[in-house]
Design a protein around this ligand. Sequence first.
Ligand code: ACO
Length: 335
Amino acid sequence: MSTQGLRGAAVVAGLGAWLPPRVVDNEEISRYLDTSDEWIRARTGIGERHVVDPGMSTVDLAVEAGRRALDSAGPGAIDAVLLATSTADQLCPGSAPQVASRLGLNGVAALDLNAVCSGFVYALATGGGLIASGVAGRVLVIGADVFTSLIDPQDRSTVPIFGDGAGAVVLREGTADEPGALGPFDLHSEGELAELLWVAAGGAKQRTSENRSDYFLAMQGTAVFRHACARMAESARTVLDKAGWQVCDVDRFVGHQANIRILQVAAKQLGLPPESVVANIEHTGNTSAASIPLALADAVTDGTLVTGHKVLLGAFGAGLTWGSTVLTWPDVKPG
Ligand code: ACO
């Protein structure tokens, strides 16, 4: 899917991120599960994650990140809100209209997009399409998940990995040659492998189950790991080729924060130097659709990502889904 060659390019004009205040470190998890700080750090690179307090939902996180992105972008009408999430507040309807209302954007187009951990990159492409086709001039794209709501608190293979959070960007219409212009994109899926990473029950196919674990994420970690490394590297090569960039042109690789080893292996397969890899997973865990905008916001805040850097975004998630895009980082800071 490419948004090139249509009306206008989508340009990043604002950035925001938000993490719920409660921090759960590896020691806390090790007190109730058979695991350790040493194992979790060595296998995943995660030291702690943020987790919602009871009553706090995906809409709450999305509103906080969305508001910060709107502040960062400054004044101007928003025509559409896209919410990348796989943990909407209700099974039906989608949560984007509630997010839009709470942000004072009642009446705008608003929809959820579920590509799990690839959701943010898919939503950037979709937002770019709305702009390129003239449907919208400015789009708020949010990635938000309370992914811990899908995790069995007794499952040591998934509890340490996931956290909650939200991140967002404002896209505006601009030109393909200006800093912040997104694209090209490379997006893929492989539904035959859905069972590698899914929640079996609760949806239309199996509303209820007598097996409690069917309501939680089941993950075949090693297979997911292998696919994630290979697909992210493959997609990155495709998108760099489409963009006319060499690997050595990439200053920063901002990949989905699933596991530090996945990012390192993908970077190595691509031939990217370790210092180009942006990683905040130590403090966030895997926040699913929120992970890329959260990593962008942290990297801008700590000076790892600066105006003019050439950035490769890469995502991989359940579905399976994966995808990439590129941009030159504009003069945008988190709000
Ligand atoms: N603490 C201690 N031991 C553990 C834990 C734990 N928390 N979890 C698993 N183990 C054990 C296993 O039982 C296994 O024991 P065994 O050898 O006696 O059977 C051993 O550790 C090794 O397990 P592996 O699964 O081989 O460990 P691996 O090095 O593959 O790491 C991990 C596991 C971290 C899950 C890794 O496979 C991974 O990161 N996979 C990708 C997961 C992922 O990214 N998922 C999200 C995708 S994005 C999305 O859309 C949601």
